[in-house]
Design a protein around this ligand. Structure first.
Ligand SMILES: NC(=O)c1ccc[n+]([C@@H]2O[C@H](COP(=O)([O-])OP(=O)(O)OC[C@H]3O[C@@H](n4cnc5c(N)ncnc54)[C@H](OP(=O)(O)O)[C@@H]3O)[C@@H](O)[C@H]2O)c1
Length: 251
């Protein structure tokens, strides 16, 4: 019995007549990849792992307590299908972010055709943990007018005017399908600008209790607009329930 045993209950917005098993086998990976392959010319998908009580980090300030093999299975599939991972600097300072790769068996499906995703770290301070690899390639997205970190190769620095401008710049660089991995402040910023096409929530079947960090952070929650989302994917596991929502277009 494989340790990872999801059931795909809803796919591409339709309830399946019977649940489709998705296991950590080549066949299971392909089923997942087919379901999660980004659509359209360009896209921005956000993915967050949270607890049932809404926490994305525990009182120690990391998401370690939320993780499981099942969460990693879907998370690494999302990474395998993204041209670039976009992440806030505080997450990179809190979590291991040296060379994100994505699930090996399905990397060949990455739309850019590159073996690995680029890493884009959004920062105003330019304060970075040691060990980021500029040649991954890793880019630093920094608001125009901020001091540029002298130690980082200048050709890897992307000054941007606003988050919509940053998204457009990344697409122009050929990074057409973006995976936003948080954290809560950056996610709130992208949501406030209606820049998130898909929101994936990997809900771990646990509660984090007092002192946990909520899904949306920083100043941007006060700027959130209400929006409607359509449930496209529902994967039910033992440790995790994974939901993929697509933003509905306002007609
Ligand atoms: N469970 C999960 O899926 C998950 C995912 C991600 C993170 N987390 C957790 O979330 C926590 C971090 O949350 P957070 O909200 O503080 O982190 P965050 O969103 O990753 O990072 C915030 C930082 O990103 C930069 N930033 C964000 N928006 C910006 C903008 N518009 N322009 C320029 N820079 C911008 C700033 O960096 P500077 O400070 O460098 O200026 C800001 O301080 C950690 O505990 C982490 O473990 C959990």
């Amino acid at each position: 019995m494989p340790a990872i045993a999801f059931n795909l209950v809803l796919a591409q917005g339709e309830v399946l007549p019977s649940p489709l098993p998705v296991t950590a086998t080549p066949c299971g990976e392909e089923t997942l990849a087919e379901e999660l392959l980004p659509a359209g010319d360009t896209s921005l998908r956000a993915v967050m792992n949270r607890s049932i009580d809404g926490g994305v980090a525990d009182s120690s300030g990391t998401s370690r307590g939320l993780r499981s093999d099942e969460d990693f299975f879907v998370f690494s599939a999302c990474r395998a299908l993204a041209d670039a991972i976009v992440v806030g600097a505080q997450t990179v300072r809190s979590e291991p972010y040296r060379r994100p790769k994505g699930r090996a068996g399905i990397r060949k499906l990455r739309p850019s055709g590159k073996e690995f995703p680029a890493l884009v770290v959004v920062t105003a301070s330019g304060i970075l943990p040691p060990g980021l690899d500029p040649d991954w390639p890793t880019y630093l997205a920094i608001p125009t007018g901020s001091d540029l970190p002298a130690a980082f190769p200048q050709e890897r620095i992307l000054p941007f005017g606003s988050l919509p401008d940053l998204r457009a710049q990344l697409h122009q660089m050929g990074l057409r399908h973006l995976l936003l991995e948080g954290g809560p402040s950056l996610l709130a910023g992208f949501l406030a600008e209606s820049l998130v096409d898909e929101l994936c929530l990997s809900e771990s079947h646990l509660t984090l209790g007092a002192g946990s960090t909520p899904l949306l952070g920083g100043d941007a929650p006060s700027a959130q607009q209400s929006a409607r989302w359509r449930l496209e994917t529902l994967l039910v596991g033992t440790e995790v329930t994974f939901s993929r929502y697509r933003r509905r277009k306002i007609s």
